[in-house]
Design a binder for this molecule. Sequence first.
Ligand code: IPM
Ligand code: MG
Length: 398
Amino acid sequence: MEKSVVEKAKAHFAALIEDQFERIEQMKTVKDFVDYDNLDKIIIGVVGGDGIGPFITKQAQRVLEFLLKEDVKKGRVEFKVIDGLTIENRAKCKQAIPDDILEELKKCHVILKGPTTTPRAGDQWPNIESANVAMRKELDLFANVRPVKVPEENIDWIFFRENTEGAYALGSDGIRVNDDLAVDFTVATYEGSYRIIKAAFDYAKKSGMNKVTVVTKANVVKTTDGLFLDIAKDISKDYPEVEWDDWYIDIMTAKLVDEKRRSQFKVMVLPNLYGDILTDEAAEFQGGVGTAGSANLGKKYAMFEAIHGSAPRMVKEGRAKYADPSSIIRAAGMLLDHIGYTDKAHRLQMALDICGDYEKKLVLTGRDNGATGAEFADYLMETIRDDNIENKWKEFTD
Ligand code: IPM
Ligand code: MG
């Protein structure tokens, strides 16, 4: 082996380690979560993204504007539409998030984001990092919170996926050492693991669920997952009222399909890649990834998104206006809840359940034989206005 090849790989590794130490210092500088009640004005950024993104995000914005009408008038809430987080623009700038857009994002307190195309080797785009992943890192959105509910099967899960570390931290910084050897890295830091596990335990306690399941593969991935599990053991001692257990990701994936066992799980906390995979599986029981919303929470910023893709084919075939906005509107509901509009968020969630799963006066098919996203949003707003909404929802959930 040529010595220079090894030396080059060592230097690459050394630079990565230095970057991670810098990141750790950065993490330590932000101590507390923003208190939205103390802000005079909350700025909600609206980022359409790619493909069907701008179409469905527009509908979510309409619903939010409807619910927040009074507070917008009073100047307590302001919407800020941020264009340009498109794959064409990102490809042109060769940046996952172009600098000027990142600057705009940082002027918002919370962000509602449509799907963004993730380039991969061999497609027509330069192989830049995913805008999702970059936004999570840049705004330090460390907690990816994904609820999944199937009331008729007693499923009430909430996943706390670590969102900035694991296999994703250096996902675009592996080393193709030479033609024979490629190495990727996975990262766990004390600070990064601690804050996500603590968030999961806090949630379990606050919600009264009082049950946390920690998912790793610490029997094989001993160093990073081992650290994650050790920290969980320590944190659990501060929560005597919260019952906890730990499972390996392989058997956990199987147990979610086990109808006799799966309703025992409540709050789950897991490293990034396992969380990515397990939450797609979980969402499938609820009706597919298109039905799930996702919150990406940091101490300073928060971003809420649909978890499905940008469906460029629908746009090409002229069907974008028939795209289902449910997932991004669910995300908008999580946003409302996060910034303190709990009642409005609840009303929106009820309307989504009623319109999408129960009453179904309008059905979205993704084609012109179904409703448009705008018609569906109108239907939701009409349901929100309905004084009978609570009763309807109870009929559905009982
Ligand atoms: C998700 C997505 C992203 C991820 C992709 C688009 C990079 O699958 O939000 O789960 O892997 O995190
Ligand atoms: Mg995913």
